[in-house]
Design a protein around this ligand. Structure first.
Ligand SMILES: [Zn+2]
Length: 234
């Protein structure tokens, strides 16, 4: 399904200071560090997503931040629809703030002109994978599908934990009251949906939330390059 990677060496540069994500208040100003992985099976090298290089909320004017179409995000949506045909819907663009009780002005407003807490959905870095049922009323089939997708993303392959998530530039997963964050060392070897941390994230039981890093959203991590789509070819 995937061709051999022939291009390595793309440098990822942090575009802005890291900020809290959609659901927690953790602040992180970590600078990108590149991770090079030797893929023994395919006999080639892969550049995987470094994580932690970008904010989970962004600051600025609506017309600067809100971006519906980003190449990597669109490519990943197309792929997931094909790989998991039972998915009900794939969506997630919303030009809105995060909703963070206790933080002034971060009230989930849909169209402020300026905000200090844009959602990753506004920046075009988030995908909601709708697996069925309603919010807080999931179906057993939907939960099983969500578990299957998340476990596929996090499973080890060729000796590397979180194999597809890393290659696809997925930096955060919220699913069924559980969280996974690629920046956390203790999440690096969480290899299945069942093994994810309980974090009490409400309203994520009928859809899997995926946050992409900026390189992932722009199609610059190894998975997109291997598709031969030409993204990030320079
Ligand atoms: Zn979401």
């Amino acid at each position: 399904m995937f061709g051999l990677l022939t291009l390595v060496g793309v440098l990822f540069v942090a575009a802005a200071p890291a900020r809290a994500d959609d659901t927690t208040s953790a602040d992180d100003s970590a600078v990108a560090t590149e991770t090079l992985v030797i893929d023994l099976t395919e006999g080639t090298m892969m550049l995987v997503d470094p994580y932690g290089t970008d904010p989970n909320k962004e600051v600025g004017y609506r017309w600067d931040v809100c971006r519906a179409y980003r190449d990597g995000r669109i490519e990943l949506i197309r792929f997931l629809a094909e790989q998991f045909p039972a998915i009900h819907d794939l969506q997630g663009y919303a030009c809105r703030e995060i909703s963070s009780p206790g933080t002034p002005d971060c009230d989930g407003d849909w169209e402020p002109d300026y905000s200090t807490c844009w959602s990753t959905h506004a920046a075009g870095r988030a995908i909601d994978v709708v697996v069925g049922g309603g919010l807080n009323s999931p179906t057993p089939e939907g939960v099983a599908l969500g578990d299957e997708i998340v476990t596929w993303l996090l499973a080890a392959r060729n000796g590397h934990g979180n194999y597809w998530a890393r290659k696809m530039g997925i930096q955060q997963i919220l699913w069924n009251d559980r969280c996974w964050d690629g920046k956390r060392d203790d999440d690096r070897w969480v290899l299945s949906a069942d093994a994810m941390r309980w974090c009490g994230i409400a309203n994520h039981d009928n859809h899997v939330h995926l946050t992409l890093s900026n390189p992932g959203a722009d199609g610059l991590t190894s998975w997109y390059l291997e598709l031969g789509s030409g993204y990030g070819g320079g």
